[in-house]
Design a protein around this ligand. Structure first.
Ligand code: SAH
Ligand code: SF4
Ligand code: F3S
Length: 466
């Protein structure tokens, strides 16, 4: 779930061009939840007249929405802050203001340490207090160096504006919707329980209202987000305690909403209701991101994952029995402290046994404050690198095989946006692969029948079926 690619903030929204123009540039690192949060923060600022820009030099406020998951991700932020410091100086010489803010998981983890390390930073704000951003920004503009990293008692989501129709339209036909935040699992390698706090589920009515608004704004596919999205639960209108499966069924009732996805799931929280949803719901896409991290029981135990490799495989069998067309995706860590060659071979065997359509794999990165960082037997970098290379070769091979097996299949394709070639649009297959097809711009948002004719390295090519 944590592609480390930085996503630039979206282009200005129609209707905003004439607003009194202070401009905000948001740069997003890390997972989809940060992408969602960046939009929510931009929406909150737009009430104070801030227009989003993707031209850094134009910005009066630069906000980095950061990720702390691995050392590299966190260090990237500091090198970016170094560059911004120069830009800020340049602007000051021209008499122009540039406020620099740091949000996201680095902000939460490091708090005022950031102000010490990066003197150009004016504002640090953690994920639990984003609804206070407009007010914090005002204080920063008045010259205060602001740190907001408490866990807010009030409901952040109640106080953050939902996106309006024009903004939603500009953002496209697919959208993220955070339904659950935080994590109580405490895997021993992971910072998320510390940066995002304990598990909180948003209430059903709030989620349904936001989904309806998105659909009014033209959204056809919603991906429900949570650090442990399948731990989501809440009181249903029928008085029962609902799980994610119930929520998906309720959301599927929204007319105009064509597709649902969810990410990221923990194996321990895949309950019967959710597996049943995969069997019975046509709007729920046959794709599941179910990280396992390792195939060795010894390492799984040391990671505090609280399941064995065999339990994971049995679970996959049950989900596949409910939805035989399921594409599986996973996350893997190689070189967790104490991982031996034999442990690593267990991971390779598990991958062989599952057959992934997609996967993300990482070298273990020791994170300050996590139990893993205290463990002896840290694995040398070159060993990690060799293991990662072997694992990625296998995962890539499986991804290619999965793509090849799609050739000739007829699928429903949701057309999302212009493709690379003129006259082409790109959308996602049910299994989340990008698919290119010749189609007209006016068809964006339509779901069309196509036949897959070719598999490229990262995307598929298709032709329309009359
Ligand atoms: N909640 C999700 C994952 C969040 S982090 C889950 O439980 O799956 C996304 C991925 O980053 C993890 O699945 C893990 O593979 C990887 N990751 C997390 N901490 C890491 C660390 N310290 N070093 C390397 N990879 C890590
Ligand atoms: Fe991190 Fe584990 Fe929680 Fe996922 S389940 S966010 S890996 S602690
Ligand atoms: Fe990174 Fe925080 Fe997401 S650490 S992966 S941005 S929850």
């Amino acid at each position: 779930m944590t592609q480390e690619t930085a996503l630039l903030s979206k282009t200005p929204v129609p209707g905003e061009e004439h607003a009194p123009s202070r401009k905000v540039f948001v740069k997003t690192y890390g997972c989809q939840m940060n992408v969602y949060d960046s939009d929510r923060m931009s929406d909150a600022l737009s009430r104070d007249g801030y227009v989003s820009t993707d031209v850094l030099e134009e910005a009066d406020f630069v906000l980095l929405n950061t990720c702390h998951i691995r050392e590299k991700a966190a260090e990237k932020v500091y090198s970016e802050l170094g560059r911004l410091r120069e830009l800020k100086k340049e602007k000051a010489r021209e008499g122009r203001e540039m406020v620099i803010g740091v949000a996201g998981c680095v902000a939460q983890a490091e708090g005022d340490e950031i102000l010490r390390r990066a003197p150009a930073v004016d504002l640090v704000i953690g994920p639990q207090t984003y609804h206070r951003l407009p007010e914090a920004l005002k204080r920063a503009r008045d010259g205060e160096r602001v740190v907001e990293s408490d866990y807010a008692i009030e409901d952040k989501f109640e106080h953050l504006p939902a996106p309006d129709k024009a903004k939603t339209r500009a953002r496209g036909v697919t959208a993220f919707l955070t339904v659950q935040e935080g994590c109580d699992k405490f895997c021993t390698f992971c910072v998320v329980p510390y940066t995002r706090g304990s598990e909180v589920s948003r209430p059903v009515a709030q989620i349904v209202a936001e989904a309806e608004k998105l659909v009014e704004g033209g959204v056809r596919e919603i991906t429900l987000l949570g650090q442990n999205v399948n731990a989501w639960h809440g009181a249903g209108p029928d008085g029962r305690d609902w799980g994610l499966g119930d929520l998906l069924v309720r959301l599927a009732e929204i007319e105009g909403l064509k597709r649902l996805r969810y990410t990221t799931s923990h194996p321990r929280d895949m309950d019967d209701g959710l597996i049943e949803a995969h069997r019975s719901m046509t709007k729920l896409m046959p794709y599941l991101h179910l990280p396992v991290q390792s195939g060795s029981d010894r390492i799984l135990k040391a990671m505090n994952r609280r399941h064995t490799a065999a339990e994971y495989l049995t679970l996959i069998d049950r989900i596949r029995a409910a939805q035989p067309d399921l594409a599986l995706s996973g996350d893997f860590i190689v070189g967790f402290p104490g991982e031996t060659d034999e442990d690593f071979e267990d991971t390779m065997r598990l991958v062989e046994a599952v057959g992934y359509a997609q996967a993300f794999s990482f070298k273990y990165s020791s994170r300050p404050g996590t139990p893993g960082a205290e463990l002896k037997d840290q694995v040398p970098e070159d060993v990690k690198a060799k293991r990662l290379e072997r694992l990625q070769t296998l995962l890539m091979k499986q991804q290619r095989e999965f793509a090849q097996a799609c050739i000739g299949r007829e699928i429903d394709l949701l057309l999302e946006k212009p493709g690379r070639m003129p006259g082409q649009l790109v959308g996602r297959s049910p299994w989340l692969q990008p698919v290119n097809v010749d189609a007209k711009t006016s068809q964006i948002g339509d779901i069309i029948k196509v036949r897959i004719i070719k598999a490229g390295s990262n995307s598929l090519f298709a032709e329309m079926i009359a």
